[in-house]
Design a protein around this ligand. Structure first.
Ligand code: NOJ
Length: 520
């Protein structure tokens, strides 16, 4: 005879069994051809989520942090009146945030170090409290992998004031010294280093269009230009960034890699580009746009020089590599990080090459009108096949280097619903496309959803959001509230051998359970 206790236990097991069956039935009902699970990816493939220092930390004026170019930019009212003074307050909430990452099932967290929190003047004295903060955060992250970016649009304002930041070659030395501080202090626990986030978009937005900090541009090319030169500065800044990246990478490889066993790379923003028509001129323009937007960095990194079409169109405004520089830059990465969100259709506009004074866009000679229309906080069209094409392009054009998808995610209005199905569909589609790309031989090693939280957004301030977790800015505690996408991603990461596809329907029945589990 069964004892009462034993009977109760059996019933409990049975009811779990039925719940399990129910879950599987619901999942099976909605399986599509695109079903996949975490187990379909290699075990050492890493799934994570990301943020960056200025977008998430807050505590902008605390514990000796110096201002960065992003503080100055936002406080001049250029980000819809928003700034990162408080942001998500991760500086004070990092322990809870890391616990939430662990609970969500993240295998890695991609974040950036604020150079001006660590070295307030950009060079010289290290701020002990900055050092302490990143040591604490990295220690807390011992349960998941920290992937660290050194420069995410926020170098110290002191260096902009002193010598014009990336427009000066002096940045190479200062950036390398800053990287040295990071490798020395954190490299025993950090195995993945990215020197620059979106190096290409940073230079286009910051030195051509003027819509990203430090906001340089010249009329008639940018928006409200007060200083800068859109014809020369993007190219000069890029040259110095490539040299700084290569110099930091060489330092890491020569001084640290043997003992620390880590990896170093650089991150680029990568649209997939497709001709608007099959006319030859649009097809040629598409390759030209790839060379300008991706090859500008990827060609020197892989082959040691800028693409020919850039040399031709930009002429003497494009800095030339010396042999020494070319050898330093060529091969100076263990991986490339790509931020992929969307695809663009490319239309030729070679007439721009007749302009007497040209900026980066005119040198690229494509018709930007279709692209420029989409500057709102609208959802991003979901075209997962384009991610596959992009990875195939890196395979063919650049010898299939190790790649991390460092950012991928869907934009929604900030205070819209927690039931963010568009984000779930976007993530599901792109993770599925990534699996297809891997099966076709892509050397991709990891995927980071952007963003872990609803952070301060680069272009939209607090009007749009990409987060798995919503934060009500009027809530004094800035409590993190899970969206449907947090549940979906968590389910995908934690559930072995079950397709992620049916989870949207399933989740609706489990909302009460999940909300109780996640609300903190
Ligand atoms: C690009 C940037 O790296 C990040 O800072 C930004 O918030 C997202 N992508 C979304 O726009």
């Amino acid at each position: 005879m069964l004892s009462k206790h034993c009977f109760g236990k059996k019933m409990l097991i049975l009811s779990y069994f039925f719940l399990f069956l129910l879950i599987n039935i619901s999942v099976t009902e909605v399986l599509g051809v695109d079903k996949f699970s975490r187990d379909d990816f290699p075990p050492d493939f890493v799934f994570g989520s990301g943020t960056s220092a200025y977008q998430v930390e807050g505590a902008a004026n605390e514990d000796g942090r110096g201002p960065s170019i992003w503080d100055s930019f936002s406080h001049s009212g250029k980000m819809h009146g928003a700034n990162g003074d408080i942001a998500c307050d991760q500086y004070h909430k990092y322990k809870d945030d890391v616990q939430l990452m662990v609970d969500t099932g993240l295998e890695a967290y991609r974040f950036s170090i604020s150079w001006s929190r660590l070295i307030p003047n950009g060079r010289g004295r290290v701020n002990p409290k900055g050092l302490q903060y990143y040591n604490n955060l990295i220690n807390e992250l011992s349960r998941i992998q920290p992937h660290v970016t050194l420069h995410h649009s926020d170098f110290p304002q002191a260096l902009e004031d002193k010598y014009g930041g990336w427009l000066s070659r002096k940045m190479v030395k200062d950036f390398t010294a800053y990287a040295d501080v990071c490798f020395r202090n954190f490299g025993d626990r950090v195995l993945h280093w990215t020197t620059m986030n979106e190096a290409n978009v940073f230079t286009i937005g910051s030195y051509n269009g003027g819509y990203l900090p430090p906001g340089h541009c010249s009329s008639p090319f940018g928006i409200n230009c007060t200083r800068g030169n859109s014809s020369t500065e993007p190219y000069l800044a890029t040259h110095h960034i490539l040299l700084a990246h290569a110099s930091a990478a060489r330092l890491y490889k020569e001084k640290y890699q043997d003992q620390q066993h880590g990896f170093i790379g650089i991150n680029l923003f990568a649209f997939w580009l497709h001709p608007l028509t099959n006319k030859t001129k649009d097809v040629i323009a598409t390759q030209r746009a790839k060379d300008f937007l991706i090859g500008w960095y990827a060609d020197p990194l892989v082959y040691g020089d800028y693409p020919d079409v850039m040399k031709k169109n930009v002429g003497s405004r494009l800095p030339a590599f010396t042999n020494l520089e070319s050898n330093l830059v060529k091969g100076s990465f263990d991986f490339l990080g790509l931020n992929y969100y969307a695809m663009l259709y490319i239309k030729d506009d070679s007439s721009k090459l007749n302009m007497e004074v040209r900026d980066f866009d005119a040198d690229m000679a494509i018709d930007l009108s279709a692209i420029q229309n989409d500057t709102s906080v609208n959802e991003i069209p979901t075209t997962p096949w384009a991610l596959q094409e992009l990875l195939e392009y890196f395979k063919q054009a650049y010898g299939n280097p190790p790649i991390y998808i460092h950012e991928n995610g869907q934009r929604t209005r900030r205070n819209s619903s927690l039931e963010d199905e568009p984000r779930v569909n976007y993530l599901h589609g792109h993770i599925g496309a990534l699996l297809d790309a891997l099966r076709n031989g892509s050397n991709t090693r990891g995927y980071f959803q952007w963003a872990f939280l609803d952070v301060l957004e680069l272009l939209d301030g607090y009007e749009s959001s990409f987060g798995l977790y919503y934060i009500d800015l009027d809530d004094p505690d800035l409590k993190r509230q899970p969206k449907l996408s947090a549940h979906w991603y968590s389910h995908f990461l934690k559930t072995k051998g079950v397709s992620s596809d049916g989870f949207i329907k399933l989740e609706k029945n489990l909302t009460a359970f999940s909300h109780a589990h996640f609300s903190r």
